[in-house]
Design a protein around this ligand. Structure first.
Ligand SMILES: [Zn+2]
Length: 148
């Protein structure tokens, strides 16, 4: 569970297959208690105080750039640092495999021809596919983790 301003971090954690929700708006006890079984990730010392008082699991991150924060989280939770690509990185839903014909009108023609392993988000309707953009993501991930 992350604060809304950590959205970049949330997207990357979802690429690694992690179930990550972003808390939108002001953070209050009622909202936090609803998700008591999650670990809250925050950069706020003030919130840390609240989480302690409410008995909520949390991880306090330094106010650093998202790459350094991602490193800390991967280490802290011993997350396998590999792209899983099984979750929608926009909305966190698990993706379903889909036939390219079913999403033909939602993807560029070149993707229709060259894309592979299409998946569809059942929640927001975003279409994903395997392609060269994954190499770029893998490279970025490698660079980030090399600095841990
Ligand atoms: Zn989605």
């Amino acid at each position: 569970m992350l604060e809304a301003d950590l959205h970049r971090l949330a997207q990357w954690l979802r690429l690694l297959g992690q179930d990550v929700l972003l808390l939108k708006g002001p953070i209050n006890k009622a909202e936090v208690i609803k998700h008591y079984d999650r670990v809250f990730i925050t950069t706020s010392k003030k919130l840390e105080g609240h989480f302690k008082a409410w008995g909520i699991s949390y991880l306090l991150l330094p106010k650093d750039e998202w790459k350094a924060q991602l490193c800390l989280i991967v280490k802290h939770f011993r997350i396998e640092p590999a792209l899983k690509l099984n979750r929608c990185y926009h909305c966190n839903s698990e993706l379903n495999p889909v036939d390219r014909e079913e999403v033909k009108d939602r993807i560029p023609p070149a993707v229709y021809i060259f894309g592979q392993d299409f998946t569809l988000c059942p929640n927001c309707g975003k279409v994903y596919w395997k392609g060269s953009h994954h190499d770029a993501l893998r490279q970025t991930l490698k660079e980030i983790l090399a600095c841990c």
